[in-house]
Write a protein that binds this ligand. Structure first.
Ligand code: ADP
Ligand code: ADP
Length: 220
């Protein structure tokens, strides 16, 4: 049932231990909230799952295979890692057109995701002039463009205004309700407690609590 399986990841950067036995799974049809303070290892875990960083030990499987061995990885996993890293000189819509083209998708799909993330009025402006919130929306559009069954979003609420935060909660819920697996990180429990059906709480590179929200309410 699990579509992402993270098992015993260890990773050091020099003297810093970023991951210290990180272990959890993500299942389709619910939002998995990945919560913990800055530096807990959330981004590194996502980067290892996506094959952007190598773990020293442990495994991360997507659909039972390492990400790097998936035949059509972008069709499987949509990811938002660092919206600030978007190419600043490229217009928002051109950025998405380029992505669409590289995945064999149409301009119609580009306009659909632009609409979905609420960027229509600024789609022909350069991303470099965008606020962080607008860049997050553009990054989310990029993650969604291939309609992937798995989404991994690292701190997607960063820079969003209160209206944007409400919007993203609704978006995450509907993506999960459509049967997708959604892994979303935040350093704020309050951002995820109403959205996530499954909470993986991390600190210092490992899981400190792993629970379904229904269980939390049962035992409270
Ligand atoms: P989080 O996403 O939970 O804030 P990170 O995965 O970004 O945590 O970071 C975990 C730890 O690893 C932190 O101490 C961070 O400074 C360190 N770290 C992450 N990436 C690097 C890197 N490329 N070089 C050195 N240290 C890193
Ligand atoms: P997050 O906001 O998720 O904690 P950061 O903003 O800390 O992520 O990190 C952004 C990028 O910088 C990532 O690629 C991460 O691997 C890298 N990084 C994080 N901490 C360090 C560090 N101490 N030294 C070098 N690179 C780092």
């Amino acid at each position: 049932e699990a579509i992402i399986e993270v098992d015993g990841l260890r990773k050091r950067f020099g003297r810093t231990t970023a991951l210290d036995g990180m272990t959890f799974t993500v299942t389709p049809g619910r939002v998995t909230g990945f919560v913990g303070p800055n530096g807990a290892g959330k981004s590194t875990t996502m980067r290892v799952i996506l094959g952007l960083d190598m773990a020293d030990e442990g495994t991360a499987l997507v659909g039972g295979r390492p990400y790097a061995s998936l035949r059509n990885p972008l069709g499987h996993v949509g990811a938002l890692l660092d919206a600030a890293a978007l190419q600043p000189s490229r217009k928002a819509r051109d950025h998405l057109l380029w992505l669409a083209h590289s995945q064999g998708l149409t301009a119609r799909r580009v306009d659909e995701v632009i609409e979905l993330v609420g960027l229509r009025s600024v789609a022909r402006r350069k991303a470099g002039g965008f606020s962080l919130g607008m860049r997050q929306r553009l990054g989310i559009a990029a993650a969604l463009i291939g309609d992937p069954p798995i989404l991994m979003l690292d701190e997607p609420s960063n820079g969003l205004d209160p209206e944007g935060i409400v919007w993203i909660r609704g978006l995450l819920r509907s993506l999960a309700a459509e049967g997708r697996a959604v892994l979303v990180s935040s350093h704020l429990m309050s951002e995820l407690q109403d959205t996530a059906g499954h909470l993986v709480v991390v600190g210092r590179g490992r899981v400190v609590a792993d629970t379904s929200v229904a269980d939390l309410i049962e035992t409270a």
